[in-house]
Design a binder for this molecule. Sequence first.
Ligand code: UD1
Ligand code: MG
Length: 456
Amino acid sequence: MAASQDWTGALIVLAAGKGSRMNSELPKVLHPLASAPMLAHALRAGDSLAPERIVVVTGHGAEQVEAVLAGLDEDAATVRQTEQLGTAHAVAQARPALKGFTGDAVVLYGDTPFISPETLATMQAARQNGADLVVLGFHAANPGRYGRLITTGSALDKIVEAKDATEAELAVTLCNSGVVMADAPTLFSLIDAVGNDNAAEEYYLTDIAEIARSRGLSAEVVTCDEAETLGINTRAELALAETAFQARARAAALEDGVTLADPATTYFALDTVIGRDAEIGPAVVFGPGVTVESGAKIRAFSHLEGCHVAKGAIIGPYARLRPGAEIQEQAHVGNFVEIKNAVLEEGAKANHLTYIGDAHVGRKTNIGAGTITCNYDGVFKHKTTIGANAFIGSNTMLVAPVSVGDHAMTGSGSVITKDIPAEALAVARTPQDNKPGLAKRLMDKLRAAKARKTDK
Ligand code: UD1
Ligand code: MG
């Protein structure tokens, strides 16, 4: 099911909890999952609804969470919950940020990364079909500490937290995921009526179901697969979530027409984009921000992040593409080559043992083995510009800032410190001096010295 066009809504993402069971200095929602902070997964799921507003409720590690959010491509407001008095109290903190907003509000948890767009669209459809409150539930294999959904048919009567449940209620396996949807004024009005007279002395968001029913409003349950509601509380659960994410990403890539030579050893990030008919060799890792276009080949043991690989390009084996690497069509990046913040134009080649950083390499230029752009002087970074159809001899040091013109060459072993005009050959190394017979005379002398030593 696709998200509806004529729906106006806001996301409220709860991310104030401490996550004590992570045993970490880092706020739980910032722990990386598929090379993205856990929180980014919930936001991305919510984005499928095209929300007009996003409000993230922060608390523990608020400054860190806010800083990371500022770096994400999300237009999210943040509000702080200085004391964690419960999930209803957390949602209430979003009220000022949503003042006057009359669309729907969807509550998501920052530590629950896998809610699918289809599930959110199903909840949206239930709202559009007239349910005042929609709660996402799932059938738990092991209901344990989850809140239980007490229903009559598909109507939700109330939600009971495990700590407060009777024996009969504990036997219910339909559990609360925590995701709820209602129009914003209704949600905040229900929350106003929530108290903290319960086992945990917390303001439970879950109480809104029973309050809604007592006001004659309708409350409905939408269910999803338990795997979607996986919440992360421990490092073990984080590791399981990573495994689950990778399994899904691999299956999706195969489905999208990408060849994976050994799927179990391909690692994707949340935002990896790979085109049809791309071929990915064994043991390839995609960090954040990678786009690989159709038909490109990424050979074994390559590591890519923050880069773009165009059609027909070949990367690896054993290549490293770092942020800002832009590899254009038919370009080749071979073994033990590292590229950072550099463009390799169409058909350019750097096939062996090379570092290219802060550089621009023109069309069809060939970079010889062992070439290094010396981009860093210890304080500043400098740029190397190489034109089209140039030939950089093996083991050339290009001391930036420096430029090499079109069709220019460097002699191998050169240390280039001055710009090279187009079509020039630059040789910058000590001239070779052959001393006739000297090698033999030297060896004879050394062997004689060794013989005298062993005679003694
Ligand atoms: C909650 C639900 C439970 C449900 C379960 C699903 C309530 C009362 N219970 O329980 O029915 O089965 O989630 O995982 O809602 N948070 C804040 N501020 C707070 C408290 C929590 O931001 O004051 C955030 C947490 O960071 C977390 C989320 O809300 O992201 C859920 O809180 P948590 O304490 O994990 O609730 P559970 O006890 O798991
Ligand atoms: Mg929880």
